[in-house]
Ligand binder design. Sequence first.
Ligand code: CA
Length: 410
Amino acid sequence: MTSWLDVPDDHPFGIDTLPYGIFSTAEQPDRRRVGVRIGDHVLDASAVAALGGDPGDGPHLAAAWANPSLNAFIALGRPAWTIARDWLTEILTDDVHRAGVEPHLLSLDRVTLHLPIEVADYVDFYASEHHARNVGQIFRPDNPALPPNWKHLPIGYHGRAGTVVVSGTDVVRPSGQRKAPQDAAPVFGPSIRLDIEAELGYVVGGATTIGSRVSVDEAADHLFGVVILNDWSARDIQAWEYVPLGPFLGKSFATSISAWVTPLDALRDARISLPGQADPPVLPYLEGDAFGLDVHVEVSLNGTVVSRPEHAGMYWSPAQMLAHLTVNGASVRDGDLFGSGTISGPTRDSRGSLLELTWNGTEPLALADGSTRGFLEDGDTVTMTAWAPGPRGSRIGLGQVTGTIVPTAP
Ligand code: CA
């Protein structure tokens, strides 16, 4: 299947990708609306749907896509997401639609991309066994690397939805309390151990009511799409504050996500089995279609590739995370976001955080400009990209998430 647009077969945003985002133009900076990326163009989705292409008895896509976030579209639910994707594929492949659609394609370099979702609730999980073991060894060297609950449930914490920002947003170095074990008292100041965490974020829709659950098998109907997520982390603040209630100010200052939300439907060919949960077996509510996703991530620091984490190695499935998140009767809202947790593999060059890559700063990384890093310095730029296998050997691009550290405000 090819588009009537001249998109090369190996383009990561070909006809099999079709991610959703929110854009505006210089001519109408206040008119944010839904765009669909194809090649190096953005389709003004609501304008095209308003031409009369809305399926007769189907969802009102033109109205949903005229909104300044994806939430209204996400709220339409799985059947509408499928109809929308099929329709977009048709109008971008069947030549009969070309004359009507082509005027609504904008060059990517002529649009500004915005935060794609109004984040409802935000949860961050901890689903990589390699990451959990590394952090355990660094933070709790005298205890078993994995906490006793780790293989029985996907551990998570509630984060701060209001500080999720879009790729390209500067990140202000956070200030807070820190206290090293040998210090007598805590001190206050800008974080001196500022870090990254390479993750995928899952965007949730199909709101539920309090008291109901989403099972593992139902989860795919609530997983709208995937973003690349950088969970910026101040390790010194985190280490002092996290006992006993978990991460707080060491995480809540900023979380960056990619501007493009890749539909779960674009990742069908990336579905894989999990590496294994045979020992110990999970409780029945965590059983079902617990698929993994074969997504390849690349992390660059000031242009030097420092890691290539593989999401395929994650222990827990996003379907299990959503089932666990709701098993107590907690509802989900349209626009909920949950992070996978840092994606780390067994080798040094597949670790998803500087904490692990530099073993808490003791083994600094060498960058291409000759400098070294234990943690982030002001002016540093971190960029994460990702892709997944698509149909017929194509690549599904997940775009990028990038951010630059700026000094603490005086
Ligand atoms: Ca995290």
